[in-house]
Design a protein around this ligand. Structure first.
Ligand code: NAD
Length: 251
């Protein structure tokens, strides 16, 4: 049967792969053997270099996922480039911070559109292909705020709680048809997304004191979870939200 974590010959779409967690996820999947379609708003040069260094192919697609306009073209271009689509990682996401009483409709819509609406329609577009082939792995990037309320991030909490619910719904519909839909909930990771928290001395100290592992996560800490959920090793895992959080939720 070989190595159950081997992704050789598979093709994976990773959104928001130019930086942070998305780049680390793309590199981890490539190191396990997958070719990568790196989707995002910005240049993918660095990610392409890292995937090439892992010995795999990386095709970049420029797309703005604040609307669902590019969604079907992303799946079509993946199939045209690699002739297959086995794995989708919905990682692209944004966050807006303000007190709930001051929160604007613009900050609500921007986050929900990118973090939830585009995620669902990418699942749908990739899922149609995967259901037709009777196999596929979808990994959505959730958050601690899929479990907790958070503070000053109402649209982000709503979007990530929504991602957890959507992951379970899709698992219910597709588990019996060979498609695994799961999520990874990263704890506090040192990326652009959390730069404001890392820079705020008080919040930074409070966060570190609460993490049993005693440190911020590094993007590479997510790789093992992604490879597991993308591989044959997780064939009987459906609708699970896998926390990779240094123990945050255990506290
Ligand atoms: P980041 O800001 O470094 O990366 C976000 C990525 O999403 C970037 O590649 C960005 O270009 C892309 N993106 C944003 N809007 C886009 C759009 N409209 N179209 C295309 N791409 C777009 O942040 P990160 O920490 O690497 O975040 C990655 C994911 O992980 C996000 O979904 C985030 O919510 C989630 N997350 C992060 C943490 C953390 O601690 N860093 C914790 C929990 C969840």
């Amino acid at each position: 049967m070989g190595n159950p974590f081997d992704l050789s010959g598979r093709a994976a779409i990773v959104t928001g792969a130019n930086t942070g967690l998305g780049q680390a996820l793309a590199v981890a999947l490539a190191q396990a053997g997958a070719d990568i379609v790196a989707v995002g708003r910005s240049a993918m040069d660095e990610t392409q270099g890292l995937v090439a260094a892992a010995g795999r192919r990386c095709h970049a697609i420029k797309a703005d996922l604040s609307t669902i306009a590019p969604v079907s073209a992303i799946v079509e271009e993946t199939l045209a480039t690699f002739g297959r689509l086995d794995i989708l990682v919905n990682n692209a996401g944004i966050i807006r911070r303000a007190d709930a009483v001051d929160f604007t409709e613009e900050d609500w819509d921007a986050v929900i559109d990118t973090n939830l609406k585009s995620v669902f329609f990418l699942c749908q577009a990739a899922g149609c292909h995967m259901l037709a082939q009777g196999a596929g792995k979808i990994i959505n990037i959730a958050s601690m705020l899929s479990f907790q309320g958070g503070i000053r991030v109402p649209s982000y909490t709503a979007s990530k709680s929504g991602v957890a619910g959507l992951t379970r719904l899709l698992a219910n519909e597709w588990a019996g048809r060979g498609v695994n839909v799961n999520a990874i909930a990263p704890g506090y990771f040192a990326t652009n997304n959390t730069a404001a928290l890392q820079a705020d001395e008080t919040r930074n100290r409070a966060i570190l004191e609460r993490i049993p592992a005693g440190r911020w996560g590094q993007p590479a800490d997510l790789g093992g979870a992604a490879v597991f959920l993308a591989s044959r090793a997780s064939d009987y895992v459906h609708g699970h939200i896998l926390a990779v959080d240094g123990g945050w939720l255990a506290r």
